[in-house]
Write a protein that binds this ligand. Structure first.
Ligand code: FAD
Length: 633
């Protein structure tokens, strides 16, 4: 009797169950796809191999955007946090950032449970060693035991595993993460199919035993009393929080580091891949910022049921003995016991210039890449891409138009546009400075920006969408009311205002008053009975306050967007022959050829393409004298 081969047939195969893979698998499954989710070690689903934290500047926006589109990272973080903190609380809303310390094990358990609860996902521990391609289309994968799995769409989310090599001082072992085998074979298979594969590097600090730390010498960093959450869903759990601690490096630490630099694989040239500029190792910080007498080091718990703690800011690839010596120079860590050493890892990635904005490769239809494999670094960046890849693999299978997010809509759109447009040769991390629209792209309004798309795609339920629309209507109504409600300078009003060192000469609309730096919505409640009686929830009145307070800035940003939109609307034909355009330099032609931008705006964002080149392209496109090439990538 023949074997039933349908058990090897799926709609979507996701290679990797890290932060990108989990989002990709869950979104595709919820969109009706039969999904195979493969991973090297089933005990490590959604592992955080680096810091036990989600969110922070710009990254919190990514998590909220993932949530608004119907992804799961926000929900899992809210369910498993051990500390919540709003960073930059006293600064403007564009840079406020929610950050959670996660219980690492609970996060993994929760995500695994969520995945196992999806009837459309089959989970499998195996190493995928080969990609199957027919007629330039992905058709499946093969594992190390030679089993073939077929699907119309394949999503690669292999993290740091591809040909991973870990370095601790001058010693190295083949591994994707400490304690996990590297993924071999797949990189070579991708190269064989014509994809370029390159190397990058990242690193992580040591984990130490909490019982050997003297916390009395450090500054305590408690969580927030007034809680905020990542998901826009209601009823998030209130959990007991645990503190983090702050210590600092000192001259002794720096001396130990300098003394050991000749044993660093980075400084001796053994590691070739570039590391993350915005998350440098401690030896990098000492060398690059030699003028700084000390650097902050945060001590972060890895969970509630473990003594393992993470030494944030102390990532290094120096030898194990030097690491111990360095740690012992820190105040409070003089006698610390190291549980796991810090290490650097070098791994293969697939430069994302080979992808389109849908995250599908240009060369192989049905093949999507998401997460660290695209040259990014970070859980949130990975989750954001995983979600988009999962959605688009589903739409591709259903022969529907795939989604692409614009830079003006989201940090996710910005991230993907940067990846597919800029020649990225170091791990890419999301920063607020990467967005030209950061006043509009805030963590607080991610649902306003993306719920429509999440609902249209099918990941936001009708009920949730209705809740969102009710919230949106309430915000709009309140803004309108404040624009139309005037207060007069009567005795009562002046008395309230004087408490905040404010005065009033003539009647003023509440919408105008709230613009004053010293005033906020809470104070309007003291000035106006109706505002008090309305008793709006914090999530509604915060939006009202931001929209009114920063009205002028937001309008100006909108004008910028409108100008950029004009270039964004000028499409470049897919078969344009850049080589045949005489007025642009060979260097520019090479760059345009490599990226093959879809719009004039995207062309303008390519590093090294000058405004004069864009003018030439604009003239050519407007006069419709576009030189066409025979072959299109
Ligand atoms: C040592 C280290 C240090 C880091 N430092 C930082 C940092 O400082 N800051 C930061 O923001 N981020 C850091 N990261 C990165 C962060 O962990 C990743 O960006 C994030 O986890 C990437 O998510 P991902 O889903 O792309 O990959 P991962 O979370 O790594 O998941 C990859 C998944 O793919 C599976 N897999 C791989 N190959 C195969 C295969 N062939 N077959 C089957 N399954 C496969 C793995 O088992 C795993 O489940 C670090 C990571 C490491 C390992």
């Amino acid at each position: 009797m023949g074997y039933n081969l349908s058990m090897f047939n799926y709609d979507v195969i996701v290679v990797g169950a890290g932060h990108a893979g989990c989002e990709a698998a869950v979104s595709a499954a919820r969109l009706g796809q039969k999904v195979l989710l493969t991973t090297l070690n089933i005990e490590n689903i959604a592992l955080m191999p680096c810091n036990p934290a989600i969110g922070g500047p710009a990254k919190s926006c990514l998590v909220r955007e993932v949530d608004a589109l119907g992804g799961v990272m926000g929900v899992v973080t809210d369910a498993t946090y051990i500390q919540m903190k709003m960073l930059n609380r006293s600064k403007g809303p564009a840079v406020r950032a929610l950050r959670a310390q996660s219980d690492k094990k609970e996060y993994m358990r929760f995500m695994r449970h969520l995945i196992e609860s999806e009837p459309n996902i089959s989970l499998k521990q195996c190493m995928i060693t080969e990609l199957l391609v027919q007629d330039e289309k992905a058709v499946g994968v093969v594992d190390e035991l030679g089993l073939e799995y077929r699907a119309n769409a394949v999503i690669l989310t292999t993290g740091t595993s591809l040909n991973g090599r870990i370095w601790i001082g001058l010693q190295s072992i083949e591994a994707g993460r400490l304690g996990e085998a590297p993924a071999v074979g797949l990189s070579e298979s991708l190269s064989k199919h014509g994809l370029t594969v390159k190397k990058l590097k990242t690193g992580t600090p040591a984990r130490v035993d909490s019982r050997t730390i003297d916390y009395s010498k450090m500054l305590i960093q408690p969580g927030d009393k007034e809680l905020n959450f990542f998901s826009f869903l209601p009823n998030r759990p209130i959990r007991e929080q645990v503190p983090c601690y702050l210590t600092r490096t000192n001259e002794k630490t720096h001396e130990v580091i300098r003394k050991n630099l000749d044993k660093s694989p980075m400084y001796t040239g053994l590691i070739h891949g570039k590391g993350p500029r915005y998350c440098p190792s401690i030896e990098d910080k000492i060398v690059r910022f030699a003028q700084n007498p000390s650097h902050h080091i945060f001590i972060e718990p890895e969970g509630k049921d473990t003594y393992e703690v993470y030494v944030q800011g102390f990532s290094t690839s120096l030898p194990a003995m030097a690491q111990i010596e360095m740690l012992h120079t820190l105040e409070g860590l003089e006698n610390v016991h190291v549980i796991k050493p810090a290490y650097a890892v070098e791994y293969d990635y697939v430069p994302a210039l080979q992808l389109s904005h849908t995250l599908m490769t240009k060369k192989i239809k049905g093949l999507f890449c998401a997460g660290q494999i695209n040259g990014t670094s970070g859980y949130e960046e990975a989750a954001a891409q995983g979600l988009i890849a999962g959605i688009n693999a589903s739409l591709y299978n259903d022969k529907k138009e795939m989604i692409t997010l614009s830079r003006k809509s989201s940090y996710i759109g910005t991230l993907i546009d940067d990846l597919v447009t800029k020649d990225i040769d170091e791990p890419y991390r999301m920063l607020t400075s990467r967005s030209e629209y950061r006043l509009i792209l805030r963590q607080d309004n991610a649902d306003m920006r993306l719920s429509d798309i999440g609902h249209k795609v099918g990941l936001i339920s009708d009920l949730r969408y209705q809740m969102f629309k009710t919230k949106k209507a309430a915000i709009e109504k309140e803004i309108e009311r404040l624009r139309n409600t005037k207060v007069s300078p009567n005795e009562e009003v002046l008395k309230v205002l004087s408490k905040y060192n404010e005065g009033l000469d003539a009647g003023k609309k509440l919408a105008e008053l709230i613009k004053r730096p010293a005033l906020n919505y809470e104070i309007l409640k003291e000035l106006d009975k109706e505002t008090k009686e309305l008793d709006l929830s914090r999530e509604i009145y915060e939006q009202v306050e931001i929209e009114l307070k920063y009205d002028g800035y937001l309008r100006r940003q909108q004008e910028q967007i409108d100008i950029a939109d004009k270039l964004e609307k000028i499409k470049i034909p897919e078969d344009i022959d850049y080589r045949a355009i005489a007025q642009i330099s060979t260097e520019t032609k090479d760059k345009l050829e490599k990226v093959r931008p879809q719009t004039l705006a995207q062309a303008a964002r390519i590093g090294g393409v000058k405004p004069a080149d864009i003018s030439v392209l604009m003239v050519i496109l407007e006069t419709r004298r576009v030189p066409r090439s025979k072959s299109v990538i």
